[in-house]
Design a binder for this molecule. Structure first.
Ligand SMILES: [Fe+2]
Length: 277
């Protein structure tokens, strides 16, 4: 008897232990650097396009942007969405009918400040009361992250925290708890992580002269509702070209022509940065 997941070879218990325990897991060296260089180039182009379009990039703090994109504009999308580790983690945590609901990227540029500690949305009832995680966020860095580039910080285990007041932003009186738990993540090109976006986290201040773009792919269990905040679209031609392992798990509109995405996932509390040591 084994807990290895069929077809992927990854260990179900390891995945569940990590996501339900710390709230974040990673697969180092999942992708060739060449694929990540290509991903970085695609993101650069899409970021320039988004900045040229009114409302094309959401401001998530000083010189920190979020852009939701059409997956087919990323040459590596199919390789990412069909990667055995991604399939294994989604299947393990969200069940066989998981859905990919979001594809976008964050760009913390030079001068980006600390974000306040937060989760990306309110804990849904199945998590707050049912103690079940119903969504995942995958992150792929496009650069080798160094200490001065404003690494991502996460407070392991806090996906289960319940607090009063704002459902996404714990009161500053609780910040010492998160400061004490904080782990800095310094991924390299080719690494991918998966986390519950409910695990309390923040981007830190980017003191370098380089931006640190990171791809975000969001996945839902069948009963989760994060798709409402997003507008995933693919063209008919792209739809028809997809392998089943990707096509069957995309929650999206199939359109004749791609339409500009209404960037809907504004997080009001992130627009201002936080000054701290
Ligand atoms: Fe966040």
């Amino acid at each position: 008897m084994t807990s290895l997941l069929p077809a992927t070879g990854y260990d179900l218990a390891d995945i569940m232990r990590g996501i339900y325990g710390d709230g974040i897991i990673a697969c180092r060296g999942a992708f060739e650097r060449s694929l990540i260089e290509e991903l970085g180039a695609d993101i650069d182009l899409l970021f320039r396009e988004a900045q040229a379009r009114p409302g094309g990039a959401l401001n998530r703090g000083p010189n920190r942007f979020y852009v939701e994109v059409h997956p087919e504009r990323l040459r590596g999308f199919v390789a990412i969405a069909s990667h055995p580790w991604v399939v294994a983690v989604c299947s393990a945590v969200l069940g066989p009918d998981y859905r990919l609901v979001e594809v976008g990227f964050d760009v913390p540029g030079p001068g980006a400040m600390h974000q306040p500690w937060h989760r990306d949305f309110a804990s849904p009832p199945e998590t707050a009361r049912g103690r079940r995680l119903s969504s995942l966020a995958f992150n792929i860095t496009t650069v080798d992250v160094t200490e001065d580039m404003g690494p991502f910080e996460i407070a392991p285990g806090t996906q289960w925290d319940l607090f009063g007041g704002d459902p996404m932003f714990p009161d500053p009186s609780l910040w010492p708890r998160y400061d004490a738990l904080a782990e800095r993540k310094m991924p390299k090109m080719g690494d991918i992580s998966a986390r519950s976006a409910l695990t309390i986290h923040r981007g830190t201040a980017n003191q370098s002269n380089r931006s640190r773009p990171v791809l975000v792919v969001g996945a839902d269990a069948p009963d989760a509702t994060n798709a409402i905040r997003h507008d995933l679209q693919i063209s008919r031609a792209f739809h028809d070209s997809l392998p089943p392992v990707v096509r069957e798990h995309l929650s999206c509109r199939v359109v004749e022509r791609l339409e500009p995405i209404q960037q809907a996932h504004t997080i009001e509390g992130l627009k201002m940065g936080v000054t701290m040591s």
